[in-house]
Design a protein around this ligand. Structure first.
Ligand code: G1P
Length: 298
């Protein structure tokens, strides 16, 4: 078994232009599904998987994201005084240990691989690490990153989350070239970032959860430009395969929402709303009324 994975990198430097004007003054990672910001879903998933150190790769204008992780002492004491224990508990669940979060700036938007590389000095040379993309929100039990850590403890090497996507969507993703399909786990013999339509090696797309061998960070040192002129994480993982090291994909159990797109964000809002005991009855009734009205109007 390899070394335990205790650090995760969260690349959060993106401008979030797809969500303008909302993202004019707040980072997209603060946008909320029901009442919880996207970043909190990512953190909760990482914590459940045993991550202890959280590295945010940020950019200009992400101040609200840093503030979000401060302890809200005044708010906590006013909730305590007014006996709002449940809210107090909700708030406290977002508190992070002192020193558990580090912020690193990505000074220029040079790609996901570059964002991850910006965190290199916060990792030891022989340390495997996780990468979590907050746009990909995954409903799953156990949570996706935990499933990956469990699988990684058996396989070693590097591991990406993967799922089958429709052919017309494949070119939006990193895509696996499969050497061996073992069911839940596949061994990759290649990986391509955003293949041109018709050239994809499979329909198995990389979803934003990674457990990476320390050598992936070394591969990123080359700062090689890939698809779209950007420094791609996918290419640094593909280099592992080229150099004879193992890369696996895990078909995780769970439902993934692409919260980098508006449609995906809305779908996630519905799914998480329907999961909430305090909302589900009223919300489900509303949704079925809306659907009935739509059908009647057709
Ligand atoms: C990134 C990765 C891509 C991966 C995707 C998953 O792409 O580069 O390999 O498939 O996340 O969401 P982006 O969505 O940032 O274009």
């Amino acid at each position: 078994m390899g070394r335990k994975v205790t650090k995760a990198i969260f690349p959060v430097a993106g401008l979030g232009t797809r969500f303008l004007p909302a993202t004019k003054s707040i980072p997209k990672e603060i946008l909320s599904l029901v009442d919880k910001p996207l970043i909190q879903y990512a953190i909760d998933e990482a914590r459940a998987a045993g991550i202890e150190e959280f590295i945010f790769v940020t950019s200009r204008g992400k101040g609200a994201l840093e503030d979000y992780f401060d302890h809200a002492h005044e708010l906590e004491s006013s909730l305590r005084k007014s006996g709002k224990d449940k809210l107090l508990e909700t708030l406290r669940a977002t508190n992070m240990d002192s020193g558990a979060i580090a912020y690193i700036r990505q000074h220029k938007a040079l790609g996901l691989g570059h964002a991850v590389w910006c965190a290199r000095r916060l990792l030891q040379e022989d340390e495997p690490f996780a990468v979590v993309l907050t746009d990909d929100v995954i409903q799953g039990e156990p949570p996706c990153l935990q499933q990956m850590i469990e699988a990684y403890e058996e396989t070693g090497g590097s591991m990406v989350a993967t799922m089958e996507v429709p052919t017309e969507k494949v070119s939006s993703y990193g895509v696996l070239d499969v050497a061996e399909d073992m069911g839940a786990i596949v061994r990759a013999k290649g990986m391509v970032e955003k293949p041109a339509a018709g050239t994809q090696p499979s329909n198995l797309a990389v979803i934003g959860r990674y457990i990476l061998a320390p050598t992936v960070m070394q591969n990123l040192n080359k700062l090689k430009q890939g698809a779209g002129g950007e420094i791609q994480l996918t290419d640094a993982i593909a280099d592992e395969i080229a150099e004879g090291r193992d890369v696996f994909g895990l078909r995780f159990r769970g439902q993934r929402f692409d919260c980098g797109s508006k449609a995906g964000f809305l779908q996630a809002t519905v799914a998480f709303g329907l999961e909430r005991d305090d909302l589900k009855d009223e919300f489900a009734e509303y949704l079925s009324d809306v659907m009935a009205m739509r059908r009647a109007a057709e």
